[in-house]
Design a binder for this molecule. Structure first.
Ligand SMILES: [Mg+2]
Length: 233
């Protein structure tokens, strides 16, 4: 008999629309600006260290990323970085925050179809204003019963969200591109999780796939989700 599923929760960044490629492009620009001071490997390693160190202060998102770039620029140049370079980094951040979102292929139709059968909720990390802007721009907002912008995606965060919304986690599936943030916490809560891998991998989101777990699925694109959900009741 088909398993029962009452709610579908979706991640947003790099699940519904592109995000990480913009971070990668900005990081390339950052490396070019600081090329006179350090090679690209050093710059990327130092930036990643700064992001890790600052995550607890700034949370996830563009603003924290820009501050970490500036901190790294000051560090690798031993304080010699010019105002022009800092201005360019700030400008790069502003451009990220103004970048129009681009949905992955088939997302609009898939989300509309899924919403016809079960309540959908959106659970995303990031800067509040930026996430609100992207959701509004996506045109998908009306399909979601609830939109949750959270600071972390741990089992505790999910449990708190589900409890507030009166949702049973064991009858819920979370779908997203991050094994660490979207998949493992749900499995830990006894729920379902579907992973959609993508080309870019942010090192901080790395985790091993729980291959063989009975409540774990993998699909190649969100457009394939309705087909998977059709196997549930
Ligand atoms: Mg994501």
């Amino acid at each position: 008999m088909a398993e029962k599923l009452t709610t579908i929760a979706l991640d947003a960044d790099d699940t519904l629309w592109h995000t990480e490629r913009m971070f990668q492009m900005t990081q390339t620009r950052f490396a070019a600006l600081l090329a006179p001071f350090a090679d690209i490997e050093t710059l990327e390693a130092r930036l990643l260290e700064a992001e890790l160190r600052n995550l607890g202060h700034y949370g996830f998102g563009v603003k924290g990323f820009v501050l970490s770039m500036i901190e790294t620029a000051i560090g690798v140049t031993e304080g010699r970085v010019t105002g022009d370079v800092i201005a360019e980094l700030l400008e790069a951040g502003q451009q990220m925050l103004a970048d129009p979102i681009e949905l992955f292929d088939g997302v609009a139709d898939a989300v509309a179809e899924l919403a016809e059968h079960r309540p959908l909720i959106l659970i995303t990390k990031g800067d509040l204003l930026d996430q609100e802007r992207k959701i509004a721009q996506s045109g998908l907002g009306d399909h979601f019963e609830a939109v949750e912008i959270v600071s972390h995606k741990t089992p505790d965060t999910y449990a708190a969200v589900f409890s507030r919304l009166g949702i049973d986690p064991t009858l819920t599936m979370m779908v997203g591109d991050s094994l660490k943030s979207d998949v493992h916490p749900l499995l830990e809560l006894g729920g379902w999780a579907t992973h959609i891998p993508h080309d870019y991998n942010w090192s901080l989101e790395h985790a091993e796939p729980p291959l063989g777990h009975p409540r774990f699925h993998q699909i190649t694109q969100l457009a394939d989700l309705p087909q998977l959900i059709a196997t549930f009741r």
